[in-house]
Ligand binder design. Structure first.
Ligand SMILES: [Zn+2]
Length: 275
């Protein structure tokens, strides 16, 4: 993707190219075109009539991919699109239907909007911020402190023990779902240290051989999931009882309900348990 400079506009440009894609959010839901081939992004020509006269939030340029420009904004008021098949869908549920390139664009859009909305004022002195013209950043009008989009790293890890995988049921998970051990990286901590600490804190187990597998943007609201595998070293499983209600070793034949397809956790579980 070309790294074009950001474009900031307060209203939709009248000369917006009809075939540009517009990622429109209403709260955390993304406007998509649901058709026989799945869920597609919406083009400007699809929504230009509905947008007529609507005050939008700031329009952000996301990038250019395959010759098409992508923009995003969050609707300030609900607007109706009468075209059949167009609807606002929860971004989490769309992971299942988007390919990696589509999910990346949706992640950029969601995280840019989060950054924009959470940096209207300076966290240091409270004055208003303004956009930099040259890069995606803001500076405080008074003290000149700068504010870049923040990405918060989190680890997920598949702990393996003689062909079995350690899965945990978090109290927040609906539907009895079990997933990999996960947690946010602490200040001053390496990713590998974070893996060992999170596994110990949440399940009481020690691990070795921490190995990087894959990562995935996780725009809820602004994380990067970094996936690892590790080998069980010792200890009895003792769920922390705070976040984790239950954790156990699962074999290929007795896997519990798993996270939705498309998520990195599900991808790692599927790959390791099919080997
Ligand atoms: Zn300031």
């Amino acid at each position: 993707m070309k790294n074009n400079p950001p474009l900031f506009l307060n209203t939709i440009p009248l000369n917006a190219v009809a075939d540009s894609y517009f990622l429109v959010f209403d709260e955390d839901k993304l406007l998509v075109n649901k058709n026989v081939s799945g869920f597609r992004f919406v083009r400007f020509s699809d929504i230009s009539t509905a947008l007529n006269g609507v005050k939008t939030g700031t329009l952000h340029f996301i990038g250019n991919e395959n010759g098409f420009n992508y923009y995003c904004f969050r609707a300030q008021i609900a607007f109706k699109i009468e075209t059949p098949g167009f609807e606002f869908c929860d971004l989490r549920s769309l992971i299942n239907f988007f390919d990696a390139a589509e999910f990346r664009l949706a992640s950029i859009a969601s995280q840019v909007l989060y950054w924009d909305e959470s940096t209207k004022f300076c966290g240091e002195c409270g004055a208003k911020t303004k956009y930099l013209e040259t890069e995606r950043a803001k500076i405080c009008k008074k003290c000149s402190r700068s504010f870049y989009p923040v990405v918060t790293p989190a680890i997920i890890v598949a702990v393996m023990n003689e062909g079995k995988i350690l899965l945990a049921h978090n109290k927040k998970f609906a539907g009895g779902v079990y997933s990999l051990i996960a947690g946010f990286v602490d200040p001053g901590e390496s990713l590998e240290e974070c893996v060992r600490r999170e596994v110990m804190e949440e399940t009481g187990v020690t691990v070795a051989g921490v190995k990087y597998l894959k990562s995935q943007p996780w725009p809820f609201p602004s994380s990067l999931m970094v996936g690892f595998s590790a080998q069980y070293l010792g200890g009895e499983i003792k769920p922390d009882g705070v976040e984790i209600a239950h954790a156990a070793w699962f074999g290929r034949e007795d896997l519990p309900p798993l996270p939705r397809p498309g998520s990195l956790s599900r991808n790692i579980i599927d790959v390791l348990m099919s080997e």
